[in-house]
Design a protein around this ligand. Structure first.
Ligand code: MRU
Length: 368
């Protein structure tokens, strides 16, 4: 393998969340320290997991779900009772606590509900057996995520061409998932196959996931990347440098409205104006069919200090100035050209096409 291929593999296969060999802790890359320092953190207690998710040490919808699944498996292994009822009560306390760490990415509750189902499916079995089943289930969630990202990357790649200029917002790469990523997956897969793209990465105020993580991943992977401030997306589109926008998602409603990092809807409006296709890429675990529209998605509000002081040597606004800091916004379905999942590409009307994606998922499961 030549150097370039090795660098690309190192990025696409980065081990951002993993269960320790003995199943007693979870090791993550502290994403708040990137790109300057690669520091690993070992998480063992409920507070460790809660804080790591809340503080975005682990972030990106799929990675949050994986970390929570591993986390609850580790916490369950610490519950000291042989009584199933007692065990379930303690398990649910941990589940509710972890679930309250961040509200918008549905992958968190999706993964925790799946773990709870594992407990209930094993009701009446010895508690030790249930603990082992939980560890296995959490490993499956990560393995499936790897396959999902790979499939999304293939479908996404079918929508772009060699040489295209691509604009992306926030970070939906390998650090946000397990392997390849969602929105960045097609770019890495294309690169592996000898294709070249020119990527504009929005820096993504206020937490700079685009600058700190997306430009890091693409640059390390040998993909041509230009970092821009969020308010420069319009000029690069006007200049004709962008042929497609690829973004991730944190929760897609049944009508196709998609919540993603704050500022995503601004990119979608611009793309619509300049007639550039705007694609949302995410696994079916990010589609919430119980959520009818984007208005039903809870938007996380974060500390004003992320706007006022974070990353600055001194405050950039007076202490008394009020700040509004929503972490996500919702892109209306009408601005989305297609939603790319691991089971295919959905297009408007999304009420119908998303249901069809889930029917295909069931059919695909029967053939596995
Ligand atoms: O607040 P973050 O960094 O967790 O927000 C992440 C995003 O908005 C991503 O685009 C989304 O989770 C998709 S990750 C594959």
């Amino acid at each position: 393998m030549d150097n370039q291929a090795a660098n690309l593999k190192a990025v696409t296969h980065i081990n951002n969340v993993r269960l320790a060999e003995d199943g007693k802790s979870v090791v993550i890359i502290d994403q708040t320290k990137l790109p300057n320092t690669t520091e690993y953190l070992t998480l063992k207690t409920a507070e460790d997991f809660y804080d790591a998710i809340l503080d975005l040490k682990v972030r990106g919808a799929p990675a949050i779900g994986i970390c929570a699944a591993y986390g609850i498996a580790v916490l369950a292994s610490q519950i000291g009772t042989d009584d199933f009822g007692e065990f379930l009560k303690e398990f649910r306390k941990y589940k509710d606590y972890l679930n309250s760490s961040r509200p918008t990415a549905v992958n968190l509750s999706w993964a925790l509900n799946r773990m709870e189902r594992t407990v209930l499916d094993h009701g009446g079995k010895p508690v030790e057996q249930i603990k082992a089943a939980l560890l296995n289930e959490s490993r499956s969630i990560q393995e499936e995520d790897m396959q999902m990202c790979r499939a999304i990357s293939e479908y996404g790649l079918s929508l772009i061409k060699d040489g295209d200029g691509i604009l992306t917002h926030c970070n939906a790469g390998p650090l946000a998932t397990s392997r390849y990523g969602t929105a960045l997956g097609p770019l890495f897969l294309g690169k592996e196959r000898g294709m070249n793209f020119h990527v504009f990465a929005d820096e993504t105020r206020p937490l700079l996931q685009g600058a700190r993580l997306t430009s890091y991943e693409l640059y390390k992977g040998g993909i041509d990347v230009t970092l821009i401030c969020d308010n420069m997306a319009g000029i690069v589109m006007k200049n004709g440098w962008v042929q497609a926008c690829l973004v991730g998602c944190d929760r897609i409603a049944a009508n196709g409205d998609a919540a993603n990092k704050i500022g995503t809807s601004v990119v979608a409006v611009l793309a619509n104006y300049y007639k550039i296709p705007f694609y949302v890429l995410g696994p079916t675990s990010t589609i919430d069919m119980n959520c009818p529209t984007g208005d039903d998605i809870e938007i996380e509000l974060r500390s004003p200090d992320e706007i006022r002081t974070k990353f600055y040597a001194e405050p950039m606004a007076l202490k008394g100035v009020s700040c509004y800091n929503p972490a996500f916004d919702v892109t209306p379905a009408g601005l989305i050209t297609a939603i790319v999942t691991e089971h295919g590409i959905a297009r408007a009307p999304y009420e119908k096409s998303l249901k069809e994606i889930f029917r295909k998922k069931e059919r695909d499961a029967l053939h596995d």
